[in-house]
Design a protein around this ligand. Structure first.
Ligand SMILES: [Zn+2]
Length: 463
């Protein structure tokens, strides 16, 4: 009897890898072709932000939903700033959201070799602003959403598609507005896929990154007031001298380095591809940050890695007099601070106020993000991990921390485990097109990414 059970166990166990493998091998060529055509058309919709005009994207998507018989909702947060969302009903498990932003950053045509609104395919690349950031991923979401609707198979959870406005200018008219004004769009959701991570093929193989948390933006304006006068007769202080002093203090008071667990993992992963002495320094990042020489080197070699080790402030804007010989009554500056995701923005602002107190410069918050990070043991993260192990054996998967921000900070703020992940695999310096010139996506690898996403989603939405 015992022997029989052991044998049965062996058979079941030997079938298990096959089973896991088979759950991730069903791609649909027609779907991929449809996705390519949809992306070409979506790239031709001008949603350059500013001004945005995302209602054009809403019209584009609404037409597709109408044709498919999919119910949807849409709302403008301001004239022309449209948002659209749709839901396919499923079982009781917590819903999953496929989120993308429909706006794109401006393109300086002078430096482009093709029309940023072209959507044409040339030499195997689909061309246009937004191909990578992030209409490509948006269409991958859409194609898969349409597919789930058409299959009409019982889902174990609701699947929600959202195209939000305004991400490129901070999300105030997009996700920020939706969460405040249309909370029903997020009802029952606990998982979310968004931009922020992807695959990358280097000479050492493929590395996939899943963004699980990000630094919190704290954008501040410093305002000062003092006696105005003639430029020929300076007083002991002025509105401008106060601002300059405050900026000096902030610039010369680096915040203490501190390593959060997510960042420790990022450095450990990166250490593997480095040579000594950086290899050991990265591996032991918690002790390395005590060494000021290393910290200076790190900032010189990789400002973005350095920014993961502490809170930062970049001095970015300032304004004084409109005339060279007039001492102005007021002056201001703006600073772009980013704090670690476990910090409290209010406490950080209080610290800044305290630092510059004696200058009498006032601190005005302009935009504050939400703290939050997503666990690496959720159903979605584990599915991504299993998929990569099974379909890209030998490749690496790392959770990452972003120094920038995405709309995920809004969804993390309401407790939705949000992951920055695109199945697209970058090669070479392709990503330089993001916010840069000649943005384009490789057609073959885009097709693959659409198919790969469908395999991951199937695993999450079907029992
Ligand atoms: Zn983006």
């Amino acid at each position: 009897m015992d022997l029989y059970v052991t044998r049965m166990k062996k058979i079941v166990l030997s079938l298990l890898p096959l089973y896991i493998f088979s759950t991730f091998t069903l791609a649909d060529e027609n779907l991929e072709t449809e996705a390519v055509q949809l992306l070409q058309a979506y790239l031709q919709v001008d949603t350059t932000n500013p001004p945005g005009n995302e209602s054009r994207a809403v019209n584009f998507l609404a037409k597709i939903f109408d044709e498919e018989g999919i119910q949807y909702n849409s709302a403008e947060s301001a004239p022309g700033r449209g948002n659209i969302w749709a839901r396919i009903k499923g079982g009781n498990k917590p819903a999953i959201i496929l989120l993308h932003h429909s706006d794109v950053v401006p393109a300086n045509e002078e430096y482009w070799d093709f029309d940023p609104l072209s959507g044409e395919i040339v030499d195997g690349y689909i061309q246009g602003r937004g191909a990578l950031d992030m209409k490509g991923l948006g269409i991958s979401h859409l194609a898969n959403f349409l597919r789930l609707h058409r299959l009409n198979k019982e889902l174990n959870r609701d699947v929600i598609f959202i195209a939000a406005a305004d991400e490129e200018s901070g999300g105030k008219y997009g996700m920020g507005w939706l969460i405040e004004n249309r909370p029903e769009a997020f009802e029952g959701a606990a998982l979310l896929l968004n931009e922020g991570g992807s695959g990358y093929r280097s000479k050492d193989g493929i590395t996939f990154s899943v963004e699980v948390t990000q630094k919190i933006p704290v954008w501040l304006r410093l305002n000062s007031v003092d006696q105005p006068g003639h430029g020929s007769s300076p007083r002991t202080t002025s509105s401008v001298s106060r601002i300059v002093e405050a900026l000096n203090i902030i610039w010369n008071s680096p915040f203490d380095p501190r390593i959060i667990p997510e960042v420790e993992k990022v450095f450990a992963d990166r250490s593997e591809s480095l040579d000594e002495p950086f290899k050991s320094k990265y591996k032991n990042i918690k002790s390395s940050i005590q060494d000021p020489v290393f910290m200076k080197e790190l900032q010189e070699v990789s400002p973005s890695s350095h920014a993961l080790t502490r809170n930062t402030c970049s001095l970015t804007r300032m304004n004084g007099s409109i005339k060279i010989n007039v001492v102005p009554p007021t002056a201001w500056a703006e600073i772009d601070c980013r704090i670690l995701p476990d910090n409290k923005p209010e406490e950080f602002i209080a610290k800044i106020k305290d630092l510059i107190k004696h200058t009498e410069v006032e601190v005005e918050p302009l935009m504050i993000g939400f703290p939050g990070s997503s666990p690496i043991d959720s159903e979605l993260y584990l599915t991504i991990e299993r998929f990569i192990k099974s379909n890209y054996p030998g490749s690496k998967l790392s959770p990452t921390v972003s120094t920038g921000f995405t709309d995920s900070r809004f969804s993390r703020g309401i407790g939705i485990a949000s992951y920055g992940f695109n199945t697209y695999i970058y090669e070479g310096n392709e990503s330089s097109g993001i916010h840069g010139n000649n943005e384009q996506i490789n057609e073959k690898r885009f097709r693959q990414s659409v198919g790969d996403l469908s395999l991951i989603l199937d695993d999450v939405v079907y029992d």
